[in-house]
Design a protein. Sequence first.
Length: 310
Amino acid sequence: MVTPMIPQEISHHTHDTEKAHHYSLPTSLQVVFKHHWSLLGFWAWQVALTLAVTSPFLFALHNVYGNHPSGDQLLWKPGGVALQDLLDQYKIVIDTFLPTVTLWIGFAWFVGLIPLAMLIQALGDRTQHLSFVSFLKEALRSFRPLATLALIFISTELLVAGGGAFFLLKAADTWTIALGERNADLISFVGIVFFLIGSSILGVYHDISRVEVVYNRMTMGQAMSYAFRLPCSKVIALYGTWAWRICLNGILLMGGGFLAQVLSSEGKITIIALGVLHQLFLFTQIILKASWLARLIQTSSSRSVVFQTI
């Protein structure tokens, strides 16, 4: 049975309601930069996670090439011979520790749901009258439903994308014989795009549910019920705002990769420059992610009624 429930705190955001349908990029960025300390905290978590994951590999890298006159520059030589040499020397170690590292990355990712919940709370102005302890408790309260949502949605997204890829690979030979190689390739390409879009739409529903769990304190079931009851037109509009951020992210990634390739032929400044470049890209990613979450929060606070599943 479905009954309407008015969230207790939506009344505090009445002034946002009229703006919700006009929530543009400048406004979302204004909200994001208003909470710059939260951005810096989330960035610090990402840096700590990166260092924790990459430190063993950096240590191995230094042991192999640290005393060489060219140092780590050997790894940037064309052909990747030095990199292959590193992998060959540490193959046994890598094979031994790869499962452990994989589990560690997965564990760290799930723990990262707590900083994510804190970021959503901050972007929604839910922390103005909270102490840090209360702020953290609110994030911890959201952890279990967020983790369950992640397991459900990510598994489904992988199933859709992986199932689509498997189907296309199986059907490719049949299409080639019946339609010719060129037409078969075109159909396969359209199929890949179709399944990727389907998977990414599920990702949008995932983010909507996340925001409802944290921002409106819904249970997992309530959040999913609300997300899948949204009108298609609203979901498509949200998907558009998500898609341009992903496209911009991709453009920045390709530009950063090209710049890294140029820098790799330079001197010792390369490592420092690449480190700065990586952190700039990481922080830009966080800004785009935060602006997307802010967009969802504003959309959420614009409604007068949400649904509670009993």
